[in-house]
Design a protein around this ligand. Structure first.
Ligand code: PMM
Length: 283
């Protein structure tokens, strides 16, 4: 088990960090449409804070397989009121975007972390912006936009290939001026990856230690869990009914010492991380 790592500028609660998800989108697979109204999204973010989230991740673009991108204007309109209100309420807000324009406005509105699912590959200018703002950055392994990412799920060895490709992305982060103590890496479960790829990445997670960067995992409510838990008729478990499985993964990942998990069921995940911290670490 790894000692828990720290990221400059972010909470260090002495256990795995809980990143709660607020999707201000009509079409996310996990909670699509529920929080498109800014007031509903703000209420939800406040609830997640009360449930013990360390960070609230606000996103205005769905990345479900096949999703078509919103315009920049639409993305801005979705996320800005939510980022402002939650930052004002004292949350550590993360902005989930690939767009420098959106990140800049969100930072202005109080965001303290940039979560870029493209790891700087969609719009490399985003890296310079994060460096200048001196903010932490989540660099996710990514092969292309969601509209056709499923056709890119082709690997010789998924773990070795992800490590090689995300290393290049991390080098670009450092070259742009983001200091290594502000970097977090994410293997991007479900992004140009099949369920089998996701399981293999989880099973061989310790190999990602070679990257030397704290790890965030986003497994919550993802399709590979629905497939695993399919009923006798073969129908996958719905997104809403994947929370217990997601929490089981939080416990396993916390036990392995991952820096953070990005989750929808905040209270239960936080409970799991607290139990693991007490179970495996000296108080
Ligand atoms: N997954 C989604 C969106 N953003 N960000 C990071 N860093 N890692 C992820 O795995 C990730 C992400 C898509 O899932 P959602 O519908 O739950 O937001």
């Amino acid at each position: 088990m790894q000692p828990l790592s720290r990221v400059t500028g972010l909470p260090a609660p002495g256990r795995t960090v809980i990143v709660g998800v607020v999707n201000v989108t009509p079409d996310s697979f996990s909670d699509g449409g529920e929080f498109l109204d800014p007031d509903a999204a703000i209420r939800h973010g406040l609830e997640l804070m009360a449930e013990g989230a360390d960070v609230i991740d606000v996103g205005g673009e769905s990345t479900r397989p096949g999703a078509v991108r919103p315009t920049t204007e639409v993305e801005l309109r979705r996320v800005l009121p939510v980022v402002s209100a939650l930052a004002e309420a004292g949350a550590v807000v993360s902005i989930d975007t690939m767009r420098p324009v959106v990140a800049a406005a969100a930072i202005e509105a109080g965001a303290r972390l940039v979560n870029d699912v493209s790891g700087g590959r969609a719009e490399p200018d985003l890296l310079r912006l994060v460096a200048e703002a001196e903010l932490p950055y989540i660099c996710m392994h990514w092969r292309g936009h969601s509209v056709d990412m499923e056709s890119k799920a082709d690997y010789v060895d998924v773990v070795a290939d992800v490590i090689a490709e995300v290393s290049v992305q991390l080098e670009a982060c450092v070259a742009a001026g983001i200091t290594p103590d502000r970097l977090i890496v994410d293997p991007g479960l479900g992004f140009a990856k099949t369920g089998e790829h996701n399981w293999e990445l989880l099973q061989r997670l310790d190999e990602l230690d070679v990257l030397g960067v704290p790890l965030l995992i986003g497994a919550s409510r993802k399709r590979f869990l629905g497939t695993l838990l399919a009923g006798p008729d073969g129908a996958p478990r719905t997104a809403r009914e994947r929370d217990a499985a997601s929490v089981a993964l939080t416990a396993l990942l916390a036990e392995r010492g991952v820096w953070g998990v990005r989750v929808h069921a905040v209270r239960d995940s936080r409970d799991a991380a607290d139990v693991v911290a007490r179970f495996v670490r000296r108080p």
